[in-house]
Design a protein around this ligand. Structure first.
Ligand SMILES: Nc1ncnc2c1ncn2[C@@H]1O[C@H](COP(=O)(O)OP(=O)(O)OP(=O)(O)O)[C@@H](O)[C@H]1O
Ligand code: SF4
Ligand SMILES: [Mg+2]
Length: 330
């Protein structure tokens, strides 16, 4: 079946030019998302997950950040080279983003109702009254109790979980084709995390949107994502359908991440941790960037950079020894 590809990021490069040198934050990232699908982007802090999303959304902190190569195709149109008008149209209405910290993403001196209503007034030319009604409807939709009254409250009057629901409502307002959610539940309590994640997944299905879910928590990925892209030092090191990756990772880094998840069936067993730290992005190691931390590293890993090998349909791994890694896991 031909899938309706919404976003196709190709060989994206982003660097930050700072006084301390050039930080190569994104080094040839490619991923794509189809309508109705959820792609999880996973990786340790600093691996380039957010910067990739910022480049897609056109909100890169520039300077010091610069896109130095690649394409960001939205329904085949390259957002990096499209005219200003077209870019604004797509990024304003077809693509939406949800951030980790709702409190700083929302305007503190405007009621949430006014912020939601503004979307309809500005983008849809709705009257104030209609826009208000839409705002209440949206708040209902993301299950904020007593939406009719709470529409007049300010962001700080809501709990963290409720604020995150309001952010989801803002993102949904114009019925985008694709939402990028950057660590949308990290700041919340575990039980609230699950509720917000369930809501997001439900809405994604209902509106057949594409969803990119950025996270460093492998635990939340399994239930909601279809596919997963694992990032390390500004590169994608493995892509796979989620369940295949869980069953048998094809990259030692993914293996390490999976082995570091606490599991009930291994209660009492010592938790595995990947040794060492991610590299400095101003001095990424030669060869495989993961080699200083990799339990499987050989001489070739120190000299030859592994490309993304095709492992199986829909699966890739940037490891010279992907086959052994896969065999070990089976
Ligand atoms: N405004 C900036 N100025 C300079 N360097 C930056 C800036 N933003 C990001 N970087 C560089 O890009 C790297 C990748 O950052 P990014 O925010 O994409 O990481 P991440 O994978 O989202 O991590 P986290 O899980 O902590 O959110 C950072 O480690 C940093 O070196
Ligand atoms: S290429 Fe070598 S160092 Fe890199 S992940 Fe594979 S085995 Fe480890
Ligand atoms: Mg981030």
């Amino acid at each position: 079946m031909e899938q309706d590809v919404l976003l196709d990021v190709r060989d994206l490069h982003v660097e930050f030019r700072t006084r301390d040198g050039v930080a190569k934050a994104v080094n040839g990232v490619s991923y794509s998302v189809a309508a109705g699908r959820t792609l999880a982007v996973l990786g340790e802090s600093g691996s380039g997950k957010s910067v990739t999303a910022q480049a897609v959304m056109g909100i890169l902190d520039s300077p010091p950040g610069f896109v130095t190569g690649g394409q960001v195709l939205f329904r085949g149109k390259d957002l990096l080279t499209a005219g200003e008008e077209e870019r604004r149209k797509i990024r304003g209405a077809r693509l939406a983003m949800i951030f980790q910290d709702a409190l700083s993403a929302l305007n503190p001196v405007m009621t949430v109702g006014a912020q939601l209503a503004e979307m309809y007034e500005v983008h849809r030319g709705a009257t104030r009254k209609d826009a208000r009604a839409q705002a209440v409807r949206l708040m209902d939709r993301v299950r904020i109790p007593a939406a009719k009254e709470r529409v007049n409250d300010y962001p700080h009057q809501f709990s963290g979980g409720m604020r995150q629901r309001i952010m989801i409502a803002m993102a949904l307002a114009l019925e985008p084709d694709l939402i990028i959610a950057d660590e949308p539940t990290t700041a919340l309590d575990v039980t609230v995390q699950a509720q917000v994640m369930d809501l997001l997944a439900e809405l994604q299905r209902e509106f057949t949107m594409g969803l990119i879910l950025i996270t460093h928590d492998l635990g939340v990925v399994a239930d909601v994502a279809d596919d997963i892209a694992v990032m390390y030092a500004g590169r994608i090191v493995e892509t796979a359908p989620v369940h295949e990756l869980y069953r048998a990772p094809a990259h030692p880094y993914t293996r390490g991440l999976l082995d570091s998840i606490p599991r009930l069936d291994r209660k009492g067993a010592e938790l595995y941790a990947i040794k060492g730290l991610p590299p400095s992005l101003t001095a990424i190691p030669a060869g495989c960037p993961f080699h200083p931390r990799c339990p499987r590293a050989q001489d070739v890993c120190r000299t030859d950079r592994p490309p993304l090998f095709a492992v199986a349909p829909g699966r890739t791994s940037a490891c010279h020894f992907w086959k052994d890694t896969l065999d070990d896991a089976r």
